[in-house]
Design a protein around this ligand. Structure first.
Ligand SMILES: [Zn+2]
Length: 1033
């Protein structure tokens, strides 16, 4: 099965070369707006010839004809207003620079400033750089992706500066980039970008066609990074978070692990304050790798552990320097000159570089892992113990949730298909493909069913059937079973476990207890895992109303919109808080799968507190319907079980002198300020934010350094520290350099996380006001400092923050913060998700990707000649972009809707869903995936879905139908059209007009801030004295 290609058409494992039918290697302009709508406009005959159930092989002969009948315009026939010539297009795009100051950029003639240590002489990947691929001006160090995928560390000199690492303190980054800024409003004397570039309006108004487009900038970047790697030092502005890319670690960590808001930091807090920007970092320490990226090396320094700075405890990293012939190790955070231990000594060469540097990953890579000796242990590390707590109460049985959950666990443990191919797990039996492990050797599983009582199962492999031991005492529960019987190897006990999970619904079908006792069950599970730590996976399908910790209906809608509403977003129950605290202390974390039948209240705030505090995740199915949602539940369980997971974790971020950690935002426990973050569990999908403040002035001759150290036990049972090292340049005062290296995703992410943190302290109105003011502060700050030459009537957006306003509007419209009525369960769930989401997942959450599937080109959804899936351009999230008769895929990383216009072509429906499915009414509203058909369209859409599911985040992708005028999920579709006026907030255009007006008032000194009394500087004032804190490890 290893050769299986998920993107291949149904009948052909290997894609036949399509030759001339593919587009020429020059990619089409990402700026063109598609106008052809074969299903909406072409005559019926034309439709039949395109989608008459044509199987893929038969399709090839007529591809050319199809294209002429209204598919995507072929290369050269770009949108109206262009001259149509390929050469002209390239030239135009080269000049356009995505709204940068247009013709001012002339990359080919850029002079190369060679720096001794950091070579930054190639264009950094501002969006403007993406067009370089079309111009065939490959920067000399940018390597073809396909080569890179096989030999990222090969002999090719992609990083000539590598052997000169580490950079001695004092070498500043001095990237070259033209200042950027999109100009809106009245035409100025500035040379304008090409007509189809965003940002210009001749009428002096904000033109909906011209305002910055999230889809355009994502698509352009995605195209660029299909062909280019991201070298982490040569380039210093990360790709947009939603875009897949292959990073090449040059000593600075991949942005997948750490994204700074500013990759060039102003030297003073005053300069930062003037910019309005947060100085922060989004960390996702266990982020998954993309195919083609090198595994993180695991280094073992034996009993001594990894070398660290004696003064500040920073771990060895590529930016520490050696002096005195290799005898002194100078810390890059605190500049302390440490003695080098004899066992770690190696001489330096005449340039001051250790002779063994090339053989030492800790001196060359930004992200490494160290094995750690006993002093770093809290407990003897063992393989991760997974304890499943399965709700067997009445509602779980009635709703089919129990059955789906059990099936999901069986599939997750034993049904290893190709997507597990790259997992690094040992096989216990090479003969049997089913024996391939979902969880690593050493990890064990245990099962408890609960309703009013707890039912423990002994799944020892020697038994014919699992033995059940009942623990009815909810007041003082204990574990009625030794851990040998409770925790078993899931592969040795496979038959016992599979049989148990299959029988479970029948076993409890006679009892049908209505009230589950959840907190006692969690307490009992806590004692079962007390000695080792571990991970709990818990299902729940009714409000737990039995025994200690029983909950009641808190949200009756009366508190919505008033001051005390925030009480609903947190737990007030001391018992739940206590259990969560004890779990973290014991190295235990919880993933919850909560189904709410008919949208009933589940007190997610209280129950979900358990997973939020312990570093776990809450999966919430607000209106669970078994036929539709079982597939998603099963896939979510699988992800929860198979993603990289660690437990008993501590995290700490260190930074250079002059900076200090101001606050952390995420789901964890921090007992006192300055203490390490404590996480019962951590997994690949979890991210957190760190805010920094100044405790002095930064030296602009030095770089600023950051190191995140995550101490954790792997699921395989090894105690390790993962170090994520990040570097930024420093510029004197308020500098355009800082503006050139803003990471928009990180800025949005920090604003979102901070706002989510305050949801339990402030009213929602205050938070919305603060987010609005923040948006204005940042854009006005730029206007005041860096674009004074523009007439005051113009809206000027920094190049790297072009879509910032849109993302902030998406945040204002999110379920967490939106105005209007919203059940507290959903608000709380969204708020906690925002706190722990990766930058990728958040980006989609704040602006969904939408592609039309009624006018795909024949090549869309299939690999192109370089083997990459050709993804059609996405469209703006606005109903004005929806075409009559259209069909659209909409994905916000949580749900994926297939929206079908009422006038959609019957042929399209048949091609997509099969014969006889030729009307909206004939479709099954409960479907969660597409059938596998031999039509071209069906294969295209399934391929695109498979691709999306691989670049998404923590939630599994299944399809939900949204038929115009038929399905309730149509409301969700309308909600996700964030550019429209909806969710009790403005349209994107109106929002920009508002922001623009407020900026003008700010510039003329007339703005009154409305931040709801939210000081904004609260964080900084409480942070004194952190500099001397030492972590215990
Ligand atoms: Zn130090």
């Amino acid at each position: 099965m290893s050769g299986y290609n998920p993107y291949a058409p149904p009948n052909q494992q290997q894609q036949a070369p399509l030759g001339s039918q593919f587009r020429p290697p020059v990619a089409p302009s990402p700026y063109q707006q598609q106008s052809g709508t074969p299903y909406g406009q072409a005559p019926p005959n034309g439709q039949q010839s395109q989608y008459g159930g044509t199987p893929y092989s038969g399709y090839q002969g007529q591809g050319g004809a199809s294209q002429e009948q209204g598919y995507f315009p072929p290369q050269g026939q770009v949108g109206p207003g262009n001259d149509g010539a390929v050469g002209g297009l390239s030239a135009q795009m080269g000049n356009m620079g995505l709204g940068d100051e247009g013709p001012a950029i002339s990359r080919p003639n850029k002079k190369k400033n060679r720096h001794a240590y950091h070579n930054l002489d190639q264009p950094t990947p501002s969006p403007g750089a993406f067009s370089s691929i079309q111009q065939n001006q490959q920067p000399y160090r940018t390597t073809d992706l396909s080569q890179q995928a096989t030999t990222p560390y090969g002999a090719q000199p992609i990083t000539p500066a590598m052997n000169q690492f580490p950079a001695p303190a004092g070498t500043p980054f001095s990237p070259n980039l033209q200042p950027g800024g999109s100009v809106f409003g009245a035409p100025s004397q500035q040379p304008m970008p090409a007509p189809s570039g965003p940002g210009v309006s001749a009428q002096g108004r904000v033109d909906p066609e011209q305002i910055p487009s999230v889809p355009l900038s994502r698509d352009a970047a995605a195209k660029y990074y299909l062909e280019h790697i991201y070298p982490t030092i040569d380039q210093h502005l990360p790709p947009p978070a939603s875009v897949p890319f292959v990073a090449f670690d040059q000593g600075n960590s991949s942005p997948k692990y750490a994204r700074l808001t500013l990759n060039n930091i102003p030297s003073t807090s005053e300069a930062l304050a003037a910019s309005g920007l947060p100085l922060g970092m989004v960390l996702q320490p266990l982020a998954p790798l993309q195919e083609g990226e090198e595994k993180i090396p695991v280094l073992d320094f034996g009993e001594t552990g990894p070398p660290r700075c004696r003064r500040c405890r920073t771990y060895i990293n590529p930016f520490m320097t050696f002096r005195s012939g290799g005898n002194k190790l100078v810390c890059n955070m605190c500049t302390f000159p440490n003695d080098v231990a004899p066992e770690y000594f190696a001489p330096t060469d005449p340039t001051g570089v250790r002779v063994d540097r090339a053989q030492r990953p800790e001196l060359t890579l930004g992200t490494v892992e160290f094995m750690v000796p006993k002093e770093y242990w809290a407990k003897e590390p063992v393989g991760l113990r997974w304890l499943f707590l399965i709700d067997v109460s009445q509602e779980a049985l009635n709703r089919g949730f129990l059955e789906a959950f059990c099936n999901g666990v069986v599939r997750a443990l034993y049904d290893n298909d190709d997507d597990q191919e790259d997992a690094d797990y040992e096989k216990i039996d090479d003969e049997d493909p089913m024996s391939k492990r979902s969880i690593p050797l050493g990890a064990k599983v245990g099962f408890v069913a609960y309703d009013k009582a707890m039912h423990y199962f002994n799944c020892n492999a020697k038994l014919d059937q699992a033995q059940m031991l009942v623990m009815p005492d909810v007041e003082d529960p204990f574990v009625p079973l030794g851990s040998d019987g409770l925790f078993v190897d899931p592969y040795e006990s496979k038959s016992v476990i599979v049989s148990l999970l299959q029988r479970l619904p029948a076993l409890f079908s006679a009892m049908r207890t209505p009230e589950p006792a959840l907190l006692p069950t969690l307490d009992s599970a806590l004692s079962a895992l007390l000695a080792t730590g571990g991970k709990i996976v818990c299902s729940l399908s009714a409000l737990p109303t039995w025994g200690p910790g029983s909950l009641f209906m808190r949200d009756e809608g009366k508190l919505h919109g008033i001051e005390t509403e925030k009480k609903l977003f947190q737990t007030e129950h001391p018992g739940w808080k206590k259990t969560a605290g004890k779990m973290v202390e014991s190295g235990i974390g919880v993933d919850l799968f909560i189904a709410s039948a008919s949208g009933g209240y589940m007190d997610v705030a209280t129950i979900g507190h358990i997973s939020a505090a312990t570093g776990g995740e809450t999966y919430f199915y607000p209106n669970y319907v078994a036929p539709r949602d079982s597939e998603k539940l099963g896939l979510d369980i699988k992800r929860s079980l198979t993603r990289e997971t660690g437990y008993q974790a501590l995290m700490k971020v260190r930074c250079s002198n002059g900076l200090q950690v101001a606050s952390y935002h995420g789901n964890f426990i921090q007992h006192t300020f300055g203490a390490d973050l404590e996480l019962g569990v951590i997994d690949a999908d979890k991210a957190m934010g760190v805010m920094f403040s100044y405790d002095g002035k930064l030296d602009s001759k030095l770089d600023a350094h950051f190191q995140c150290a995550l101490l954790y036990t792997t699921a395989g049972g090894e105690r390790r520290v993962r170090c994520t090292n990040t570097v930024a340049s420093v510029s004197e005062g308020a500098s355009m350099e800082s503006m050139r290296f803003i990471d928009q995703d990180a800025v949005v992410s920090m604003c979102a996380r901070e706002a989510a943190t305050r949801m339990t302290e402030r009213t929602l109105k205050d938070i919305r006001n603060a987010l609005t003011e923040k948006t204005i502060d940042i854009l006005a700050g730029y206007r005041k400092s860096f674009s004074t030459s523009h007439p005051p009537g113009q809206l000027v957006l920094p190049e790297n923050l072009k879509e910032f306003s849109m993302y902030m509007l998406g945040l204002l419209k999110s379920r967490a913060f939106k105005a209007g009525s919203e059940p507290s369960d959903r608000r709380t769930h969204s708020m906690r998700m925002i706190k722990s989401m990766s930058a990728l997942e958040l980006s989609l959450f704040l602006y969904p990707r939408i592609i039309p599937i009624h006018n795909l080109t024949p090549e869309d959804g299939f690999p192109n000649e370089t083997g990459h899936l050709q993804v059609p351009p996405s469209i703006r999230a606005s109903f004005s972009r929806i075409e009559d008769g259209g069909a659209y895929l909409v994905d916000d990383g949580q749900v994926c809707l297939l929206w079908l216009h009422a006038n959609v072509s019957p042929n399209l429906l048949e091609d997509l869903f099969g014969p006889d499915k030729n009307s909206l009414q004939s479709l099954d509203p409960m479907l969660s995936s597409l059938p596998v058909l031999e039509t071209h369209l069906n294969a295209q859409v399934r391929n695109l879905l498979a691709y999306w599911s691989s670049v998404r985040g923590s939630k599994a992708l299944t399809v939900q139908l949204a038929r115009q005028g038929l399905d309730g999920s149509e409301y969700e579709f309308a909600r996700l059209l964030f550019e429209d006026r909806n969710n009790d907030a403005q349209s994107y255009v109106d929002w920009l007009v508002h922001v623009h007006r407020m900026i003008q008032m700010e510039l003329s000194g007339q703005r009154k801030k409305d931040d709801g009394g939210d000081g904004g500087g609260v964080m900084e004032t409480t942070m004194a004295g952190i500099a001397n804190l030492r972590p215990p490890w």
